[in-house]
Design a binder for this molecule. Structure first.
Ligand SMILES: Cc1cc2nc3c(=O)[nH]c(=O)nc-3n(C[C@H](O)[C@H](O)[C@H](O)COP(=O)(O)O)c2cc1C
Length: 316
């Protein structure tokens, strides 16, 4: 593995001063309307003070109807701008790269929380979610892009698009969940269209050095590892600065908090970075076994050293 304390450059934007990224961690500390609270501000500021080369916020929902948890950070309204601006400034003041994770829970949004029937690519009996119309998918894509623009306006260095963990973008990728007959369903090109429309839209409408990354899950909820690999390797993804693979996918609304996540002070997750991520980032690191996926399953796809480590610290 590379020297963990050596800087790491991406294909755009500032370089990380070291190879440690704070994993996105939902802590349900925001105000009910998604505005940043002082508690959440302090928690993240302390992570940046602790020395992470990159500090990522928890998943921030891009539509009110995409809220997955009470107290979730929001990025769907200009009312969130003041808090996001304060957060970005504090993280960057500690010489840490500031990134917002953008999220929509889809079928995993609790109806009681969002005050309406949740929605997803195709009707889902288990969760009671309804099918998004084609127009609503377009609005979803647009709201991801607008949230990225908001993050940019707030001073963040970039965003991570949350396409993992069984939330709405991984619901689109799953042929079991996405049974649509419009352009957002069918083959992999259709099922990944929303993701690429979002990534390309952010790239086109944010400043050139704004970082765009994506988190993908390789399996569960009907995802096919080979297809997810294809999405990660897709030429259209070449504008992505880094890709994070993470399991923990669940179709259920209940949070799946892994024992490893709550016990380990350091959780390494495979993460590819730099402009030539496709050739550089090739396996999960082995600092410690993790619950992300098996080495065997991934080694059939990737080989070689990781570029950096993403960690989920426990406690203050
Ligand atoms: C309390 C908690 C909150 C989390 N919140 C998020 C989140 O907001 N976004 C995300 O992509 N992952 C989230 N994760 C996942 C972590 O970023 C990290 O990937 C995970 O803990 C490590 O994977 P594992 O649990 O499969 O070992 C969360 C994990 C925990 C334990």
């Amino acid at each position: 593995m590379s020297n963990l304390f050596a800087p790491l450059a991406f294909n755009r934007g500032p370089a990380m001063k070291n190879r440690f990224m704070l994993a996105p961690l939902t802590n349900t500390q925001s105000h009910a309307d998604g505005r940043l609270s002082d508690d959440e501000f302090k928690w993240l500021e302390m992570r940046a003070t602790g020395g992470f080369g990159l500090t990522m916020t928890c998943a921030a929902h891009v539509q009110a109807s995409g809220q997955g948890f009470p107290g979730q950070l929001g990025a769907f309204s200009d009312d969130h701008l003041a808090g996001l601006t304060r957060m970005a400034a504090a993280i960057k003041a500690k010489d840490s790269i500031a990134v917002v994770q953008l999220h929509h829970a889809g079928m995993r949004a609790p109806a009681a929380l969002i005050g309406e029937q949740p929605y997803c690519p195709s009707t889902d009996e288990e969760t009671g979610a309804r099918t998004l119309s084609t127009g609503e998918v377009g609005a979803l894509v647009e709201d991801f892009i607008l949230a990225a623009k908001r993050a940019e306006a707030a001073g963040f260095d970039g965003v991570e698009v949350h396409g993992a963990h069984g939330y709405i973008l991984s619901q689109f990728l799953s042929p079991e969940i996405d049974r649509r007959e419009d352009e957002f369903g069918g083959d992999l090109a259709g099922r990944s269209r929303a993701i690429f429309d979002i990534v390309n839209g952010i790239r086109a409408r944010c400043k050139p050095d704004f970082n765009v990354s994506i988190r993908l899950s390789p399996e569960r909820i009907g995802l096919r590892l080979a297809e997810v690999r294809e999405v990660a390797q897709g030429r259209r993804a070449s504008s992505i600065s880094w890709i994070c693979f993470c399991r923990m996918s669940s179709k259920n609304r209940s949070r799946k908090t892994s024992r490893a996540a709550t016990c380990c002070p350091i959780l390494p997750i495979w993460i590819g970075a730099t402009s030539n991520w496709a050739s550089r980032a090739r396996s999960i690191p082995s600092v410690r076994p993790i619950n992300a996926w098996t080495r065997a399953s991934i080694s059939s796809c990737w080989a070689g050293p990781p570029s950096c480590i993403m960690t989920s610290p426990c406690g203050p």
